[in-house]
Design a protein around this ligand. Sequence first.
Ligand SMILES: NC(=O)c1ccc[n+]([C@@H]2O[C@H](COP(=O)([O-])OP(=O)(O)OC[C@H]3O[C@@H](n4cnc5c(N)ncnc54)[C@H](OP(=O)(O)O)[C@@H]3O)[C@@H](O)[C@H]2O)c1
Length: 323
Amino acid sequence: MIKFGIMGAGNIANKFCEAAKGIGVNLYAVASRDIEKAEAFKNRNGIEKAYGSYTSMLEDPLVDCVYIATPHGLHYEHMMLALEHGKHILCEKAFTLNEKQAKVVLDKAHTKDCFVMEALWTRFLPTIRDVQALVLDGIIGDVIKVEANFGFKASKDDDSRLFAPHLGGGALLDIGIYPLTFADLFLGTPQKIESTVVYYHTGVDLSSEITLSYPNATARLKFSFDHNLPIEGFIRGTNGYIHMPMFIGAEHALIYNQNGTLIKEIKHPHDVNGMEYEILEMIKCIANGRKESYIMPHEKTLSLLNQMDQLRKQWNLIYPQEK
Ligand SMILES: NC(=O)c1ccc[n+]([C@@H]2O[C@H](COP(=O)([O-])OP(=O)(O)OC[C@H]3O[C@@H](n4cnc5c(N)ncnc54)[C@H](OP(=O)(O)O)[C@@H]3O)[C@@H](O)[C@H]2O)c1
């Protein structure tokens, strides 16, 4: 059975363990910059080994693949380190700070013959995949509009990964990536991107409204670290529309015809917490000798980063690593 190592014993790494344990995955090791933190994480999550540095875990030949759960600004460095040690990778979103970094990582993965996938959990959810198939089948006709919002009031700690520029802070890379993903799932890559932004005093983005234009459709997306926005998505077509409450971890979709009558519901409650589907996909790909997933292909990771690069260019938001 594939043995996982976890890099970074933070918030989402705990949820990853819950999902992995729920589907019987071998959580072999955890690495933290602090050995006591690693030991506590290990004991709490029933992991076999704890390491006090990322490199020492990567030097363990029994680790087959790593789950990288560090801040965005460190993903590039941590993936390059893992690849140097020949490990397969599941890396949290946003994959890297920009498309350029991602291309270097993917080239290195190719050279090292390693599997790499961005852990954009939304894409792997059964509800999302069913809705994608139904939309392709024309259940709401041609898609003409997508709307998606994600906002909450984050506690303002300038040093936290949410607001620190060197950690890849800002709402775009952390939560904006979800509305962008939702638009991508149903409309693909936009021809034109327009946006407005509000900055935080550390220089990162706090709130944005985005319009994506396609030949016969538009997407309107909003995200914010400054105010609550209902986390929901709508896909509007020529013959009806679909409402997805909590689209980021979708368990439910409601499909209406053009008269507003509910015609179908999709319900897939998570088996564990929703992260299990990306883990299962990674395991399946590795077992089949694949280096990339069809559900979250490298091309999608690059396309989303390219869109986020375009947005940051409009905002003149440059991370310290890019100067
Ligand atoms: N899929 C989802 O639903 C979801 C939800 C939340 C977050 N995420 C993603 O998961 C990643 C981590 O987010 P998180 O909320 O888990 O963050 P977090 O709680 O701050 O954990 C990040 C971990 O990174 C490690 N780290 C290494 N160098 C660091 C540095 N210089 N400063 C701060 N931390 C450093 C730390 O672990 P050690 O101290 O143990 O080394 C820290 O605990 C991000 O990419 C984020 O976008 C995904």
